[in-house]
Design a protein. Structure first.
Length: 275
């Protein structure tokens, strides 16, 4: 990091600001915390900067989770104002999601960066395939299952999402869609789930990364403050724009956009982990 020129630092700052712009729009559009964009971008940026490979993915995930605190809050608020957040479901589901976050965050803090990268890529690709190839209206059931399966679903959404450094949309939207949720309501509710994931997920990333060698400068545990401070203001401001777009376009187009982003990201991350 010490060898970076002022030009390189300027390009890095510009790229992070652009990442915040895109991530904020996608957060509002798809109900994600922006992590589906932020994690791979940070991963490749840190790779180019020759950050220690043993902590590289952990820092990308931890920093992404921290940005969701702002982006997710902005996105969830915008969707709530439009009446697309299922508050009754959140009241019954939040504790199972939070338990999943604690379990997944603990596991993420104790496995290799390569394993985290594979988790991100494989899950993103699987969800993309589901969204692309599942027929419209082919819901698994008319509503979410009762206890304890409903709680198990919440636990898995929280646990896998925190390991990927993402909000609730990547898994929450397709899960809710499988149980006959309208896409706009699924997106809005998933945006709120992102906050349930981000708060404990960020704290766990700080805890498990505390004092670990090889992290980028100005990192609090596995949360890089440079990335956080550059991304979060822009993404927070642009998330409401994404929510506005989401309510103005056709539901099938929304699903297609969501699936394409996941598919491209998944393939790139799997390739990066294996080769």
């Amino acid at each position: 990091m010490e060898d970076l020129s002022l030009l390189s630092l300027g390009l890095l700052a510009g790229a992070l600001l652009a990442t915040g712009l895109v991530a904020g729009i996608i957060a509002g559009l798809l109900g994600v915390g922006g992590g589906i964009v932020i994690v791979p971008v940070l991963f490749y940026m840190f790779t180019a900067l020759k950050i220690d490979s043993s902590v590289l993915m952990h820092v990308a995930v931890g920093t992404s989770l921290a940005t969701i605190l702002g982006t997710g809050a902005s996105s969830a608020r915008a969707h709530y104002k439009r009446g697309s957040v299922d508050m009754e479901l959140l009241k019954r589901w939040w504790w199972a999601i939070a338990l999943g976050v604690i379990a997944g965050g603990t596991l993420a803090g104790n496995i290799s960066g390569g394993a985290l990268t594979l988790v991100f890529g494989v899950v993103a690709l699987a969800v993309s395939a589901n969204m692309l190839f599942r027929k419209n209206g082919s819901a698994l059931a008319e509503s979410l299952p009762g206890s304890p399966l409903k709680e198990v679903l919440g636990f898995l959404i929280g646990g896998i999402s925190v390991m990927m450094g993402i909000g609730g949309g990547t898994l929450g939207v397709p899960t809710l869609s499988l149980f006959n949720y309208p896409i706009h309501k699924a997106v809005g509710t998933a945006a709120a789930i992102g906050l349930i994931i981000a708060v404990p997920g960020t704290l766990l990333s700080i805890y498990f990364g505390w004092g670990v060698e090889g992290r980028p400068p100005l990192s609090l545990g596995y949360v890089n403050l440079i990335g956080l401070l550059l991304i979060i203001p822009v993404s927070t401001l642009t998330a409401p724009l994404g929510a506005k777009i989401a309510h103005a376009i056709d539901a099938s187009k929304l699903k297609l956009v969501f699936a394409l982003f996941l598919g491209i990201t998944g393939v790139r991350m799997i390739y990066g982990a294996l080769f």
